[in-house]
Design a binder for this molecule. Structure first.
Ligand SMILES: [Zn+2]
Length: 294
């Protein structure tokens, strides 16, 4: 019986110690759903309108836009790159800018893209490719030219589908694509990606994804949050409010009262010494906790 109460006290004491020394763990939501890459994305819509609001989705072909089940709008035909049709002037989706790596120049894309231009990200965005099709005029940038994050990168137009362009048909838009160069597994692995035939062999194998997945404010309100396969990193936070500290103080106080009661009941000398040490330790821990939480 005495041994049991000793174990109970020791358990309560260790419990109080663990609670008082363990930091409050909180999972921080990832701001970038792409695992394993440090590229920082930005909303490409010049003026900052929500990308979802600027999408063109033709009601005549609902299935055409369902390549990404959670983020509607991603589409392509054979030989084309998977992308979104956007009715807005666009800049690069890379917060660090990018470089022109391909352009149709004054000729037109034979797959229906009209005047098109392709950029690659810089720094941590190297390997990310973005392109803009149907520009109304040949793109003025030279291959190798570097663009900063705010320069215009693509203009809505009708080149490549001139015969269908109009008020009651397809409106002027940019077919905007973004993807990651990878010869191996599709990347990112938890996001629907499409390795469509590349019309330009210098770009290699690219896995196209929905631009709607790349930065938080582009996400449609009705879509579920993207699945993140990486384990969120726990963030250590110091308890900042008295309400966070009071349960721990309460636990220490209850343990202290229990020890004092046992001190009064117990008659064995060695056990009383043991209880006194525990009581003193709890008092010191409580004082230290109060000092630390100031
Ligand atoms: Zn399109």
């Amino acid at each position: 019986m005495r041994a049991l109460s000793r174990y109970l006290i020791l358990g309560a004491f260790l419990g109080a110690l663990v609670f008082s020394s363990s930091p409050v763990l909180a999972a921080s939501p990832s701001t970038n759903p792409i695992p394993g890459n440090g590229c920082l994305f930005q909303n490409p819509v010049i003026g900052g309108s929500n990308l979802q609001d600027r999408l063109w989705l033709d009601p005549r072909w609902p299935e055409y836009y369902q390549r990404d089940p959670d983020y509607p709008g991603l589409h392509f035909n054979t030989g084309q790159w998977a992308g979104l049709d956007v009715r807005a002037k666009l800049k690069l989706p890379f917060a660090n800018g990018g470089i022109v790596i391909a352009s149709t120049g004054t000729s037109r894309d034979p797959a229906g893209g009209g005047f098109g231009v392709v950029y690659e990200g810089l720094g941590p965005c190297t390997g990310w490719i973005t392109s803009y099709w149907h520009n109304p005029t040949p793109v003025a940038y030279e291959i190798g030219q570097v663009l900063d994050a705010n320069m215009p990168a693509g203009t809505p137009g009708c080149t490549g589908f001139e015969d269908k362009c109009g008020i009651d048909a397809i409106p002027p838009h940019s077919h905007w694509t973004i993807g990651f160069q990878s010869d191996g597994d599709p990347f990112p692995q938890d996001i629907p990606a499409f390795n469509t035939t590349s019309p330009n062999p210098i770009l290699g194998s690219i896995w196209w994804v929905s631009g709607l997945r790349l930065f938080p404010d582009s996400r449609p309100a009705f879509a579920p949050p993207p699945t993140n396969t990486t384990t969120p990193k726990p963030v250590t936070q110091k308890p900042q409010t008295p309400t966070a500290a009071s349960p721990l103080i309460g636990l220490l106080l209850i343990t202290l009262i229990g020890v004092i009661v046992l001190l009064g009941v117990s008659r064995e000398k060695r056990f009383r010494q043991f209880l006194t040490i525990i009581a003193a330790t709890i008092v010191i821990l409580g004082v230290l906790w109060l000092l630390a939480s100031r």
